[in-house]
Design a protein around this ligand. Structure first.
Ligand code: C2E
Ligand code: MG
Ligand code: MG
Ligand code: MG
Length: 288
């Protein structure tokens, strides 16, 4: 009967909620443990200048390899960490580790770090950043802070104060995942952004769909008109790269086509290889 079905469904629903509840409780306990005992690692993904094909920055992306469950996605554990009040501790660690790595990279490649809405009310980010830069002797211009539209809107006043102070020091400020949040354009010039990262959903179909390409080109033009460095996220294929290059004013790309996020050791090697003078690379190829 319909009534019986409803009851069965509701039991299944409650059982599922139970599993979710216990799973989440376990993840939370294990996440606290991981944060306290060095269980997180950082990977780095290059941002490539489209004209020169050189790496100009690398984005630090946190990874949690759970001893029994395997890799847990940041889209799962970052919101949990925010909920648990653990995010400041993670952010502080990410900033310190990312800056230390960056200071060992060849050339003047920058490092980008993601911060959450909750970070604006957590630790004194300015102090954490200044201390980490000083410890490694890294210029503030080598650091990029990535924030999402959602985060800056939720914490507008406090975000404005912090980002303005960071920008005054020379830190680059990127608006991440542009186009997926509230997309109110008014804060684009109310806040001191230097870079606009267009979300990968705008890139996904550009090689096969003319309208998608037009949309990406228009968003990129908007960014350029505001004097921002424009980045396209999620470039996975050569066809997409060609479209970006030929039909948009995007200056930098990030995505699997150039590299997936890599462990610290491998990213230093990749930077060395991609940023080596072209002639040297050719000479190596001829003789090796
Ligand atoms: P995000 O900041 O927008 O980072 C880019 C995400 O896109 C990364 O996912 C990256 O692996 C993925 N990606 C890069 N290129 C491609 C591509 O060509 N195709 C596809 N399909 N994906 C691509 P990831 O590492 O899973 O991180 C997801 C999100 O989690 C990040 O999005 C960021 O919002 C958050 N996150 C990661 N690490 C941290 C962290 O240390 N702190 C904070 N607060 N958030 C973090
Ligand atoms: Mg990001
Ligand atoms: Mg992004
Ligand atoms: Mg994204």
């Amino acid at each position: 009967s319909a009534k019986g079905d409803g009851k069965a469904r509701s039991q299944i629903f409650h059982a599922q909620m139970d599993i979710d509840y216990h799973y989440r409780q376990r993840l939370k306990a294990d996440l606290r443990e991981a944060v306290q005992h060095g269980g997180l690692t950082l990977t780095f993904q290059p941002l490539v200048d489209i004209a020169t094909r050189k790496v100009v920055a690398c984005e630090a992306l946190a990874r949690w390899d759970h001893p029994e469950l395997g890799l847990v996605a940041p889209s799962t554990f970052i919101p949990l960490a925010e909920e648990m009040g653990l995010i400041s501790q993670i952010t502080e660690w990410v900033i310190g580790t990312a800056i230390a790595q960056c200071s060992a990279w060849p050339g003047a490649v920058s490092v980008a770090v993601n911060i959450s809405a909750r970070d604006f009310r957590g630790v004194d980010l300015m102090a954490v950043i200044e201390e980490a830069l000083a410890r490694c002797g890294l210029a503030p211009s080598r650091l990029e802070i990535e924030v999402t539209e959602t985060a800056v809107i939720e914490e507008h006043d406090i975000a404005k104060r912090l980002l303005t102070a960071l920008a005054a020091k020379g830190v680059a400020i990127a608006l991440d995942d542009f186009g997926t949040g509230y997309s109110s354009l008014s804060y684009l010039h109310a806040l001191p952004f230097t870079k606009l990262k267009i979300d990968r959903s705008f890139v996904a179909d550009i090689a096969s769909d003319e309208k998608s390409l037009q949309l990406l080109a228009n968003v990129a033009r908007l960014g350029r008109d505001l004097d921002l460095i424009v980045v396209a996220e999620g470039v996975e294929t050569e066809a997409q790269l060609d479209m970006v290059l030929e039909h948009t004013k995007v200056q930098q790309v990030q995505g699997y086509f150039f590299s997936r996020p890599l462990p610290a050791r491998d990213i230093a090697e990749l930077i060395g290889r991609l940023n080596a003078p072209r002639r040297l690379v050719q000479a190596n190829r001829r003789h090796g």
